[in-house]
Design a protein around this ligand. Structure first.
Ligand code: NDP
Ligand code: MG
Length: 376
């Protein structure tokens, strides 16, 4: 039987790759629901092509029902589709903390949850874990590093695992200095991955890798000293698991999100080949340590992650705020990492974040942090 998919964030970069995967395996998947935020033009073309039964919008845009597609709005809309009998798999491809609420509802639905949204684990990892335990569920990660490690973890017994290594491309500033003149275009020209703007900026500061360390801590229930990062500029090896005997198990595939998306949708099966694969003899594979001086946000993520509780909620909100400001041209890239660290520390010093919290606490802190940032 075909798996019936609700794709949240269908208009984004991961959303688009997911649609391509669905198109390549029509005998396995059917797109039954989609969601979008602002890109109505793209939503319209997706609806025309895939004819989903449901479309959920964040706000009411007077977007009309069609003969076959019912248009819903906001949290109620997400819930109606997530809990509908027409859906088997929920794919979260929304960016930012906006992915948290649907993630929690998807877990409650006890359906298969496939998620690319790392921010919900960064902002509310303990809370998401408590829901996963309560509903005896798991999240199948799409993020390429976590998808690689998830696949290795499901094949290697945990007691044999010593540590994991996430690879990082190094972004556009691996071999280029960040100066006062660094432009938005330079920041957005990622050398190996083609992604949405927010995550591309995070890759340039290495905040993305820091967030992925926190994401891995929660997904795989590992202490932070069991999670390493290595720069691997070719972006072909995505995740490495080192077992207790010192063997390194690595997963390699093209720098193309369709691979982890397909593996996540098919898990535990492996789909037949439909996309261009890598040729391992084409270029040498390199690995080296991260230059901490150029990328202070990576270490800062470890620090905030170890602090735990709502510290990473604050960090996530500060980052979302200032990356947005940067994309609007209101802050220099050379000031971005420093500003994020200082603002996070300042907020945490003034409002000691609690260690036990609810979903409402997360949204309250998120709002408070954004107001705090506006004043800076
Ligand atoms: P994009 O910016 O390309 O797409 C974001 C999607 O989320 C769009 O569909 C957008 O709708 C929707 N969206 C944005 N804001 C809101 C909101 N407030 N409420 C509801 N929906 C919203 O992002 P990506 O596809 O790059 O990333 C999506 C997630 O996947 C992120 O969490 C990212 O960290 C993660 N990820 C991405 C990778 C990549 O290769 N792109 C790799 C690994 C992880 P609209 O366009 O209609 O406004
Ligand atoms: Mg990644």
């Amino acid at each position: 039987m075909k798996k019936r998919i609700f794709l949240l964030g269908a208009t984004g970069s991961i959303g688009t790759s997911t649609l391509e995967v669905i198109k390549k395996y029509p005998e396995h998947f059917e797109l039954v629901g989609v969601s979008a935020n602002s890109n109505l033009k793209k939503l319209e073309s997706i609806i025309r092509e895939f004819k989903p039964r449901y479309a959920v919008l964040t706000k009411d845009h007077s977007f009309k029902d069609s003969d076959f597609c019912k248009v819903l709005v906001g949290e109620k809309g997400y819930e109606e589709v997530i809990f509908s009998k027409d859906i088997d798999v929920i794919v979260i491809a929304i960016s930012g903390i906006a992915g948290l609420y649907p993630t929690i509802k998807a877990i409650e639905s006890k359906k298969r949850v496939v998620s690319a949204n790392k921010e919900s684990l960064v902002a509310a990892g303990d809370l998401v874990l408590s829901y996963l335990e309560k509903y005896n569920q798991n999240i199948i990660p799409v993020d390429s590093e976590h998808n690689a490690i998830f696949n290795l973890f499901s094949r290697i017994e945990k007691s044999f695992i010593n540590k994991i290594i996430l690879t990082a491309s190094g972004g556009p500033f691996l071999r280029k200095d960040i100066t006062e003149k660094t432009s938005i275009d330079e920041v957005l020209s990622h050398p190996t991955w083609n992604m949405g703007n927010y995550i591309t900026v995070n890759s340039a500061t290495m905040m993305n890798k820091g967030f992925e360390v926190i994401e891995a801590h929660y997904l795989f229930k590992l202490d932070y000293d069991k999670i390493d990062v290595l720069v691997h500029p070719q972006s072909l090896v995505h995740g490495i698991v080192e077992t207790i005997d010192g063997t390194n198990f690595m997963v390699a595939s093209p720098n193309d999100m369709k691979f982890p998306i397909a593996l996540a949708l098919f898990y535990p099966e492996i789909p037949e080949k439909k996309f261009k694969t890598i040729k391992l003899d084409e270029k040498p594979l390199e690995f080296f340590k991260v230059d901490q001086k150029n990328f202070p946000l990576l270490d800062f993520c470890y620090e905030m992650g170890r602090q735990g509780g709502l510290s990473t909620t604050v960090l996530n909100a500060v980052n979302e705020y200032f990356v947005d400001i940067f994309l609007k041209g209101k802050i220099k890239f050379s000031e971005l990492a420093k500003t994020i660290i200082k603002t996070t520390e300042k907020f945490i010093n003034l409002n000691k974040p609690q260690s036990h919290y609810s979903l409402d606490d997360v949204f309250t802190i998120d709002r408070e942090v954004r107001t705090f940032c506006e004043k800076i």
